[in-house]
Design a protein around this ligand. Structure first.
Ligand SMILES: Cc1ncc(COP(=O)(O)O)c(C=O)c1O
Length: 402
């Protein structure tokens, strides 16, 4: 985002992170969005409609499944999978889109724009737009349109226009850049349906609100099944929406360990991974303060992850706060570890995970192995792997898989 003429606000901070640093045109629109969000969020009619759509359209609550074979394989704690992959459209992204679409309708906005990496948020946005009869434009990095071609076609089938972004690396950061430009130019009639817990205030708070259904469900399900809270909750972290959605309802439960898994890619050098909480430093990106990956001093780093949805140099501000405060820990799973976990879950449990979620499985298996048999781990299975099957097939055919 342009450095000159920006309005900086102190609202929406998590410790030192978050806030809103945007051009003046956007500052007013974000203020309007924030007012509408806070007005609607506790409104009984809104809550009732959201609950109805979650149940009858999305298919919630998603099951909390005891993964017995995976548990045996790890040889330690009991592993439960929060099955967000079973939601309509195949990932957690739909939770947020239904919430934001209801808000857009309340604000009278009929032109919806969004960015997407893996295409899951694009598909969820296009789905919500079809449901609510709204125009839908999706910005997607050109590299991602190729590795997630199936999702591009799904979005088109749902009536969305997909705009490939050739700038930069042609990945998620570049798609966000383009979506923000569009938002600045067309703010009057356009609603930007941001797909992760990133961006200027109020997005991180709003996305958390809609995604925290994951943690609320998981908490009551584990209490019912095990009669106690879990020892660990684990999720992959791209922008951080599925993770914060699982984590939020457990933050005050100090006995629950919280672990986020970032994409370790192929190594620890700039350009080899997309893990700002592990390899980055505090900085600024896309209108908010958070941990960011840099190279050569102050240049935002190129990133790499085998999972398009994790391929982003920043992270949601609340994760930066949770890291610095010590309440949550963050570590990485490499491309290879994610691929191994992808195959493991497919073969042992008959569940083909999204490559993003496979990072959480990889990290969760390591944690479970070191715990006792009476301990409990919940891993968020944020999405299903259909979208990744062609990419995996190509890797096999090119001999790039072990
Ligand atoms: C299945 C799945 N999981 C996780 C992510 C990462 O996003 P977030 O960190 O916001 O949950 C994505 C992003 O596209 C995704 O498609």
């Amino acid at each position: 985002m342009e450095k000159k003429s920006r309005v900086e606000k102190r609202d929406g901070f998590f410790g030192d992170f978050g806030g809103s640093i945007v051009p003046p045109e956007l500052a007013d629109v974000l203020e309007e969005l924030k007012e509408a969000f806070y007005e609607i969020k506790d409104n009984p009619d809104f809550k009732e409609e959201l609950a109805y759509l979650f149940k009858d359209y999305v298919g919630k609550p998603s099951p909390l499944y005891f993964a017995e074979s995976l548990t045996k394989e790890a040889g330690g704690a009991k592993i439960y999978l929060k099955r967000e992959d079973l939601n309509h459209t195949g990932a957690h992204k739909i939770n947020n889109c239904i919430g934001q679409a209801l808000l857009a309708r309340k604000m009278g906005k009929k032109r919806i724009i969004a960015e997407t990496g893996a295409g899951q948020h694009g598909v969820a946005t296009a789905t919500a737009c079809a449901l609510f009869d709204m125009d839908c434009i999706i910005y997607m990095g050109e590299v991602d349109t190729k590795r997630q071609a199936l999702n591009v076609f799904r979005m088109e089938l749902l009536g969305a226009e997909v705009k490939p972004v050739t700038a930069g690396d042609g990945t998620l950061k570049d798609a966000v850049d383009e979506a923000l430009k569009d938002f600045v130019q067309n703010a009057d009639d356009t609603f930007y349906m941001l797909g992760s817990a990133v961006g200027p205030d109020p997005y991180p708070t709003m996305v958390k609100e809609f995604q925290s259904v994951i943690g609320k469900e998981a908490k009551s399900q584990i209490l019912e099944k095990e009669g106690k809270l879990p020892d660990y909750i684990i999720a992959c972290v791209g922008g951080g929406s599925n993770a914060i959605g699982l984590f939020a309802p457990f933050i005050e439960d100090k006995e629950v360990n919280i672990l986020g898994i970032e994409p370790g890619g192929t190594g620890d050098k700039p350009g080899q991974n997309a893990a700002p909480l592990t390899y980055g430093k505090p900085g600024e990106l896309h209108g908010f303060k958070s941990y960011v990956l840099y190279e050569d001093g102050d240049v935002i780093s190129h990133t790499h992850s085998i999972a398009a949805g994790l391929d982003y140099p920043g992270v949601g501000p609340e994760h930066s706060f949770l890291k610095d405060s010590g309440r949550a820990k963050y570590t990485t799973a490499s491309d290879q570890e994610a691929l191994d976990a992808f195959h493991l879950l497919s073969e042992k449990e008959g569940i083909i995970p999204a490559l993003e979620s496979a990072h959480a499985i990889a990290g969760g298996m390591k944690v479970a192995a070191d715990l006792d048999k009476d301990q409990v781990v919940i891993i968020n299975l944020s999405g299903r792997g259909d979208k990744d099957v062609a990419q995996i097939k190509e890797l096999h055919e090119n001999g790039k898989l072990k």
